[in-house]
Design a protein around this ligand. Structure first.
Ligand code: 5GP
Ligand code: MN
Length: 328
């Protein structure tokens, strides 16, 4: 998809509203704050707002974090709405504001959002992160260390620190440019990625201890129920990283992590290593994401959910096996 002229698209706007997906992750928060800092600098006349649902405190190190409005309040009409890292159905409370905005811009890298949901779209499914895309659109004359740091954090989180297969030479070139702006790139990785609270470690420990391998060790699943979350006074933010640890279990192709969000309702995270397209699996249950990392919400008992997910994974594994046989 062709690059968009971001400043040109926003130049007449008095009110600009930026938001991303519910349960925002590092890429979502990083790209929203980078966009916020950038537009405030490049378009000082405009009123720029950023709203997100309860961002994790670890991202407080990004400038502008305190200005994120969790109430989704709007003053008057929104001239330009910038939806980042998602399609409109995942905007949560911001979806209505998006629908009523004069102009909608959508920047995303999810395969499941192929065409984009804006009037103006910049969707590149192969890109590592929305942060990388946002950076491509920024006029370098307005860049500074704080904007660079926000972008870098976004990229770092969606690439598992330049480790996942979505990392490209272009990603690394962008990262090299970004660190030249001069922020502490070691500290931001420790603070936002590696550091875990005691509660997070305890929950991770439980999830690993109670995990189950199946399909001859090719799959691993773990679940945290509501009672456990309540016992630790924890929320979904405290479960960040569990799925990554499950995924790196030796021999595993596909990792599944579920946590109970309500009565007979589970939020599901899926990861794969080499060949299972987990986006396809998630899409079967109304979710989405990327080929190697996706998610969905499933209603029913844990056993029903895992049975149904396994069936979808098994289908792909069979297909893969047959394809390989033919090639032999
Ligand atoms: P996570 O497992 O970390 O929550 O999500 C992995 C990836 O899948 C992320 O890119 C996230 O945006 C996407 N994702 C997670 N849950 C959903 C969902 O319910 N619907 C859609 N469309 N994407 C999801
Ligand atoms: Mn992302």
């Amino acid at each position: 998809m062709e690059k968009i002229q971001l400043l040109e698209e926003c130049k007449d706007a008095k009110n600009i509203f930026i938001s991303g997906h519910v349960r925002p992750d590092g890429d979502c928060i990083g790209s929203c704050l980078a966009m916020y800092l950038y537009l405030r600098k490049a378009l000082p006349e405009a009123v720029v707002k950023v709203s997100l649902e309860e961002p994790s405190e670890v991202f407080r190190c990004i400038k502008g974090f305190d200005e994120i409005d969790g109430t989704y309040a709007v003053d008057g009409e929104v001239d330009v709405f910038i939806a980042l890292d998602c399609e409109k159905s995942r905007l949560g409370e911001a979806e209505e504001i998006f629908a009523n905005a004069r102009k909608r811009i959508n920047i995303d890298h999810h395969v499941s959002n192929e065409r984009g949901c804006g009037d103006v779209n910049y969707i590149v499914a192969g890109s590592s992160s929305t942060a990388e895309l946002v950076y491509e659109l920024f006029d370098r004359q307005y860049m500074d260390a704080e904007i660079a740091k926000a972008v870098y954090i976004g990229i770092v989180h969606d690439t598992g620190i330049f480790n996942y297969s979505n990392t490209s030479p272009k990603t690394l070139r962008a990262a090299a440019e970004l660190i030249e702006y001069g922020f502490d790139f070691t500290e931001v990785i420790d603070e936002t990625f590696y550091e875990k609270t005691y509660t997070q470690n305890q929950l991770l420990g439980r999830a690993l201890l109670e995990s189950i391998m199946f399909m001859g060790g090719k799959c691993i699943v773990s679940v945290i129920d509501k009672k456990t979350l309540d016992f630790y006074n924890a929320s979904s933010k405290d479960l960040e990283g569990v799925i990554n640890q499950l995924r790196i279990t030796k021999g595993v192709e596909c990792a599944i992590f579920m946590y109970e969000t309500g009565n007979l309702e589970y939020k599901v995270s899926l990861r794969s290593c080499k060949y299972v397209d987990v986006r396809k699996v998630a899409a079967f249950f109304g979710g989405g994401g990327h080929v190697r990392a996706a998610g969905c919400t499933i209603n029913g008992t844990f056993y029903d959910a895992i049975n149904n997910i396994s069936k979808q994974i098994e289908l792909q594994m069979k297909e893969y096996k047959e394809k390989n046989k033919k090639m032999e």
